[in-house]
Design a protein around this ligand. Structure first.
Ligand SMILES: *Cc1c(COP(=O)(O)O)cnc(C)c1O
Length: 392
């Protein structure tokens, strides 16, 4: 059987690759030639593992959610990425990439951010490593996400409001790429999800794979076997899902369920359900499904959760869906909100709105009582309190 991990050429089936402007070819190629050797070196492993343990607070618990398990009629475990430093899984990736940037001799870091979660995670590790940090953010998002902007500035980053296009994530990404083109020698571009040109999707998946590495160990301890029957995670670009499934993706005993943002409904036009609606295209340097109009123009996505509000999907996940290795369910805003309130009242855990989409998938699944289900809670809900207060 062909693996669901990346191939020699940077593809997952027909998805992936590296479609970048000529001027960036050298940057991406430099990274491609270096990343595996760096990540596999004992010296990198040691520093990365130490920071994950002492700074991030890993391993994150695998928590048996007793009341929710009873309700859904299965053995339900929650992988608690919400307990990480800065409140989500994103820090696993930014710590890894900043260590890679340093080993490549880069002095300056740039990033793009939508809601500001990846920007904060990047500004955090730049403070930690004393690196210059510039974060591009659409002006609309700067206004909507004031607290995250202040956090980034307090951490020492320069936040650049982007005023082109719709002034959101897509435009911020274009601006970050433009910056990289101007400073290819000293600048490292930290991408926040399993998107972008090869090797980014594979590199980010490997850095997040600590999640499934821990699940294996923890399940063995709790259940006496190191694999679940189901893995459930939400998908924006796909990084927390990639980390959750990484060590199981070629193991057919494990079923994979991914939740994407249905928004107000897949048929309403206000959605980010890329697997339901996307067609093959190129976005951020990778060939994958993209929500686009008949002229190939990328359409503005919508979701109540900023982290899932992306008009593409990582090439790994597009391939999993195309080959039916994963079941992808669209979860609408109202279903995610209800699931967030349910987890809060049944387990005393307020999840991020993104993670609430994964929880919303439980209602659409049927289980046997002995099924072991692991669901990743990708982040905590502090940032979403205003939304929750208005939805009670
Ligand atoms: C950013 C974010 C996501 C979506 O990103 P992925 O790369 O798909 O994981 C999900 N959950 C939280 C809490 C986030 O901050």
């Amino acid at each position: 059987m062909k693996s669901f991990l990346v191939d020699q050429d940077g593809y997952y089936g027909e998805f992936g690759g590296a479609f970048v402007p000529e001027i960036l070819h050298r940057c991406v190629e430099e990274l491609r030639l270096r990343y595996l050797a760096v990540m596999e070196s004992a010296e990198f492993r040691q520093e990365y593992d130490r920071l994950l343990r002492d700074y991030v607070g890993r391993p994150s618990p695998l928590y048996y959610a007793r009341r929710m398990a009873e309700k859904y009629g299965c053995r339900l475990y929650l992988k608690r990425e919400d307990l990480n430093h800065t409140g989500a899984h994103k820090i696993n990736n930014t710590i890894g990439q900043i260590l890679i940037a340093r080993r490549m001799g880069k002095r300056r870091v740039i990033a793009e951010t939508g809601a500001g979660q990846h920007g904060v995670a990047t500004a955090t590790v730049c403070a930690l490593m004393d690196m210059e940090c510039v974060v591009y953010m659409g002006r609309t998002d700067v206004e909507r996400q004031h607290v995250n902007v202040e956090k980034m500035r307090m951490l020492g980053a320069t936040v650049v409001p982007v005023t082109s296009g719709n002034m959101t994530l897509k435009d911020a990404t274009n601006e970050a790429i433009r910056d990289w083109c101007c400073h290819p020698d000293d600048t490292y571009y930290i991408i926040g999800s399993t998107v972008g040109p090869h090797p980014y999707p594979d590199m980010v998946a490997r850095l997040q794979s600590v999640i499934s590495e821990e699940i294996k160990r923890q399940l063995l301890e709790h259940e006496g076997r190191d694999f679940p029957d189901y893995l459930v995670a939400c998908v924006g670009g796909g990084s927390n899902a990639a980390g959750t499934i990484y060590h199981y993706v070629d193991d057919e005993r494990v079923r994979i369920v991914l939740a994407e943002a249905g928004g107000k409904g897949v048929e309403t036009g206000m959605t980010a359900a890329t697997i339901q609606l996307g067609r093959m295209g190129i976005i951020h340097g990778a060939k994958t499904y993209v929500i686009q109009d008949n002229d190939g123009q990328i359409e503005e996505p919508y979701s109540i959760s900023a982290g899932l509000d992306y008009p593409g999907i990582g090439p790994m996940h597009a391939n999993l869906a195309a080959r039916r290795r994963a079941t992808v369910l669209p979860i609408n805003d109202d279903e995610a909100l209800a699931a967030a309130h349910e987890l809060t009242r049944m387990e005393g855990i307020i999840p991020a709105l993104e993670s609430a989409h994964a929880l919303g998938a439980l209602k659409k699944m049927t289980f046997a009582p002995d099924d072991v289900v692991v669901l990743t809670v990708s982040g905590r809900g502090d940032k979403d309190m205003e939304r929750y207060l208005n939805s009670d």
